[in-house]
Design a protein around this ligand. Structure first.
Ligand code: NAP
Length: 475
């Protein structure tokens, strides 16, 4: 069993109580990680506050140098990172390598963005005054990450926070803390000053409570479920702790009859089955215009039956396991409910093998809209297809959800592309593009999919306070 310690105020700390990490491909525990209790989180917050005093005074150029050094260290351990991600999360190794590459790109992006945290000089309205608008780091930040992209979603918080001059305490998901531990090793290896970055694991409720209730922690940046996001909002009411929230999704994908069908099929496969179907921007409701519906069902069912299921470390595997047995039984429940309501299974529909949490990639057609897999996030390799007649009708249905993280449309008509992109209520819209996120563009949700944006030039805003300095006496 591999053992991992926590990086706390520049030291590697062990603990009696451990977190056990299990490989979802075989159900075998393979690593243990130290934990902290609530008092340990309080200490980490105090140490982060002490470190903030010097870190905020460094130049953006120096902080950028640290971020570039972390990126280089990660690059040198890229294979190890990818293997760890596959072992803790289950995704195919090629996708884990993609996650590492994207994490490095985010670090390099924010290494430069820190230098562009510009303020303004504003023309005065009264004689003898000068107005400056300056931007300053918010202070100690608690970063809470989910298990589905355990490395890159942590980096989307850590990189801009450090670039802005904040100090960070990272809490990874309990099922996938290992890539965060490896990241802590990289950060330690480049000599980031003690307390600027710390890693905690343990009871999510206790850690969350301390980050919320301790007034020294000025900000929480959370990625995870809408349910936990709502509980953080309620908890923040007493302290007014600032929150950035990246929450759940229920992405519609609309295939119009004028789409390039080959491109649409590839797009559906990527946006639905990437990360074993466990992506917040995954295709959740796939609407196909009725004139091309039967043709696409036939092509898609052949392609989905060809997807190879297995351990993500095996060459050529397209679909790995779901994160745990609860996720598998939820997925089977979605399928059974849809079938009972009249949906047809054109591929998959059942568990794969006896070991691990594998679901055979599934295609459901003619799914009624009242079932749970239409209303809720599926988070499994289940493609649910719906027919539609015209553009106005499908846009209304596509927007009829409490979520608004991502939406997709496939069309060859330029006017329609703009019309649809502007009408869809989502923070990210992919037109003929199944994987829109990129370091240099903002990412985040409308409606109950979240507050604020990560990435892009907007991504650093969450970690900066804006201050107006008014100077009088010039008359
Ligand atoms: P989750 O259950 O909400 O957990 C996310 C993180 O929050 C984990 O680190 C978890 O710790 C922690 N947590 C749980 N309860 C907490 C509490 N009371 N206070 C503070 N932290 C708490 O979500 P998940 O199942 O890991 O992730 C899947 C969800 O994330 C999906 O809904 C998905 O759509 C969403 N997501 C959104 C985005 C986005 O960018 N919008 C990206 C990826 C995923 P433990 O693991 O220890 O419980």
């Amino acid at each position: 069993m591999d053992n991992y310690k926590l990086l706390l105020n520049g030291e590697w700390r062990d603990s009696e109580r451990k977190l056990t990490v299990t490989n979802p491909a075989d159900g075998e525990p393979f690593a243990e990680v130290a934990t902290v209790d609530r008092a340990g989180v309080a200490k980490a917050i105090d140490d982060a506050a002490a470190a903030f005093e010097e870190w905020k005074a460094t130049t953006a150029l120096e902080r950028g140098d640290y971020l570039r050094a972390i990126a280089a260290e990660m690059e040198s351990r890229a294979e190890r990172f990818a293997e760890l991600i596959t072992k803790e999360n289950g995704k195919p190794l090629a996708q884990a390598k993609g996650e590492v590459a994207m994490s490095i790109d985010h670090l390099l992006w924010f290494a430069e963005e820190g230098r562009r945290a510009y303020g303004r000089v504003v023309p005065p309205q009264a004689e003898g005054k000068r107005h400056l608008v300056i931007r300053q780091p918010v202070g100690v930040v608690g970063a809470i990450a989910p298990w589905n992209f355990p490395l890159v979603l942590a980096i989307r918080k850590i990189a801009p926070a450090l670039a802005a001059g904040c100090t960070v305490i990272l809490k990874p998901a309990s099922s996938t803390p290992l890539s965060a531990c490896e990241l802590a090793r990289c950060i330690d290896a480049v000599g980031l000053p003690k307390g600027v970055f710390q890693l905690v694991t343990g009871s999510a409720a206790e850690i969350g409570m301390e980050l919320l209730e301790n007034p020294v922690c000025r900000k929480i940046s959370f990625t995870g479920s809408t349910e936990v996001g709502r509980s953080l909002i309620r908890g923040a009411a007493d302290t007014c702790t600032e929150l950035s929230l990246e929450l759940g999704g229920n992405a519609p994908v609309i295939i119009f009859e004028d789409a390039d069908l080959d491109q649409a099929v590839e797009g559906i496969l990527v946006t639905k089955f990437r990360n074993n179907g466990q992506s917040c921007i995954a295709a959740n409701r796939i609407y196909i215009q009725d004139t091309i519906y039967d043709r696409l069902v036939s092509i898609l069912s052949d392609r989905i039956k060809d997807l190879r299921v297995g351990n993500g470390l095996t060459d050529g595997v397209d679909i790995g396991p779901l994160i745990d047995d609860r996720a598998l039984s939820t997925a089977l429940g979605f399928i059974n409910e849809a079938v009972d309501a009249g949906a047809r299974i054109m591929a998959g529909g059942n568990r794969f093998g006896e070991e691990g949490n594998f679901l055979v990639p599934t295609l459901l057609t003619d799914v009624p809209e009242q079932v749970s897999c239409h209303q809720q996030e599926i988070f499994a390799p289940i493609a649910a297809l719906y027919r539609f007649g015209d553009e106005a009708q499908v846009l209304k249905t596509a927007n009829d959800t409490e979520f608004g993280l991502a939406a997709y449309a496939f069309t060859s008509d330029l006017k329609r592309a703009f019309r649809v992109a502007e009408a869809l209520e989502a923070g990210t819209v992919g037109i003929n593009d199944p994987v829109p996120p990129t370091s240099n563009c903002p990412f985040g949700g409308f409606k109950q999919s979240g507050w604020g944006r990560e990435l892009g030039s907007e991504g650093i805003d969450a970690y900066l306070e804006t201050k107006h300095v008014s100077i009088g006496g010039f008359d």
